[in-house]
Ligand binder design. Structure first.
Ligand code: ARG
Length: 466
């Protein structure tokens, strides 16, 4: 849909009767929303069709009028889709632009469309219809990314890497297990959008300007035609609250939070200092001055754009907080943050799903890092505790052994049995199985643990739910 705006001369057709002088040019520009709300056009037409058909069914307007409206709106939709529709700044917003064009085409029938309706319930309906469709796209995008992560996790269900706390090597985990953590996060994100969708999916139309309308309307019929689960049950609430938009933006903020964390990891891991992974060249750029550079631009931008989405959430919350009931023009400001949130999120999900398919893993580097940081020290403490030593004492014994190994610049598993036994007499030669990376991984064999068998099972469960 292309967007053209142009200033028509100053006769404003929708409400100018009351005014003695034309609206100032700058004010027109300041108050118009057509520069961005043209995106709602298809949904505006969908809502108008349902409204007109209901007016006809209730004998509020004639069936001839309904037919004329249907034909006119169909033509207008075609014009918009073909990029031939001229959006006029003088007509303020998407609603008045379409209504004026309809009236130009079909005359009085077009003027009857607005019977029993206000732009206040109209815009709330349009935004909900748009957001419902967008939410479905987001849910699909989340699934696609989860599938891409699952495939990578599958390929690395037993690839050893160091697990970190405080960014210090903590215990060995598998790369598959690490990736499955994000699959879980995105799964909850999907649930949040599905839940948010239930609250989006109620019909404001019928609330009219704020108090309802004196025409014998059938709101349930309009709701059914538009696929809403029900009607907004208080007219003041219907036209004024944008909590559903805030909720969507919050859910989007959390997705961005999750992807920002993964981005931070990809940035670290792809740095030559870590060299755990390589991001495909098509997601990176070089430097104009340093020939050796390959910069992880996409993850960096995801991390950066997370702040942008948080900003939209703050904007929407702040937009709402001071508004007395019911509709205020402030609400026109809901659209740009909401549109940009959706655009940012959808493209981020798409590019991320692709990027994860372009990740190659340096297994040797991961394994080496896992074996260097005393990652199996906890396993040695657990080993002693299982032999009867209280865990706190075992922890202390192992701490002393680690200090010794650090001084000697060797790994725990390099210490001879006799040396280990100086720290604890309980240690026998079965200790070496415990000190290996695989021994450590395989021992964590319960639901949620990092044992490769458990990671396999977690992947299978996740696949079944997708
Ligand atoms: N463009 C307006 C918006 O986005 C439509 C509703 C205007 N209603 C009004 N009474 N001025 O909110």
């Amino acid at each position: 849909m292309t967007q053209k705006t142009s200033a028509l001369n100053n006769k404003n057709t929708s409400w100018s009767g009351r005014f003695n002088e034309p609206v100032a040019e700058l004010v027109k520009k300041y108050t118009a929303s057509i520069g961005f709300d043209y995106r709602l056009a298809a949904f505006d037409i969908q809502g108008s069709l349902a409204h007109a058909q209901m007016l006809g069914a209730q004998k509020i307007i004639s069936l001839d009028d309904v037919q004329a409206i249907e034909a006119g709106l169909a033509e207008i939709l075609q014009e918009i889709e073909a990029g031939q529709f001229e959006w006029l700044l003088d007509l303020e917003d998407v609603h008045l632009n379409i209504e004026k064009r309809l009236t130009d085409k079909i005359g009085d029938a077009g003027k009857r469309l607005h019977t029993g309706r206000s732009r206040n319930d109209q815009v709330a309906t349009d935004v909900r219809l748009w957001l419902r469709a967008t939410t479905d796209q987001v849910i699909a995008g989340l699934k696609k990314l989860q599938l891409s992560l699952l495939d990578l996790a599958d390929a690395h269900f037993d690839t050893v890497m160091p697990g970190f706390t405080h960014l210090q090597v903590a215990q060995p985990v598998t790369f598959g297990h690490h990736l499955m953590a994000y699959v879980e996060m995105l799964g909850r994100d999907g649930q949040r959008f599905a839940d948010c969708r239930r609250r989006i999916n109620h019909l404001p139309l019928g609330a009219a300007a704020l108090a309802g309308t004196s025409y014998p309307i059938d709101r349930a019929l309009v709701a059914k035609k538009l696929g809403f689960d029900g009607v907004c049950e208080n007219s003041l609430d219907a036209v004024s609250d944008r909590d559903f938009a805030i909720e969507f933006t919050f859910a989007a903020s959390l997705v961005m939070t999750h992807l920002s964390r993964l981005s931070e990891e990809l940035i670290l891991w792809s740095s030559p200092r870590f060299a755990f992974v390589d991001i495909a060249d098509r997601f990176c750029t070089g430097s104009s001055i340093m020939p050796q550079k390959k910069n992880p631009d996409v993850p960096e931008l995801v991390r950066g754009k997370t702040g942008r989405v948080y900003g939209h959430l703050t904007a929407l919350l702040t937009l709402m907080k001071g508004q007395p009931l019911a509709y205020n023009k402030d609400n026109q400001e809901d659209k740009e943050p909401l549109f940009d949130t959706a655009d940012t999120l959808l493209v981020t999900l798409e590019i991320y799903a692709d990027m994860m398919r372009g990740i190659t893993v340096n297994k040797d580097k991961m394994r080496q890092a896992a074996s260097e940081g005393f990652a199996t020290a906890t396993d040695l403490a657990d080993y002693l505790a299982k032999k009867g030593m209280p865990f706190r004492d075992a922890h202390e014994v192992v701490a002393l052994a680690v200090r010794y190994a650090v001084d000697q610049k060797v790994a725990l598993s390099d210490l001879p049995l006799g040396k280990l036994q100086q720290f604890a007499a309980e240690i026998s030669d079965d200790v070496y199985a415990v000190l290996t990376l695989e021994g450590s991984l395989n021992s964590r064999n319960h639901i949620g643990g990092t044992a490769p068998a458990q990671v396999k099972a977690a992947i299978a469960r996740a696949r079944a739910t997708l």
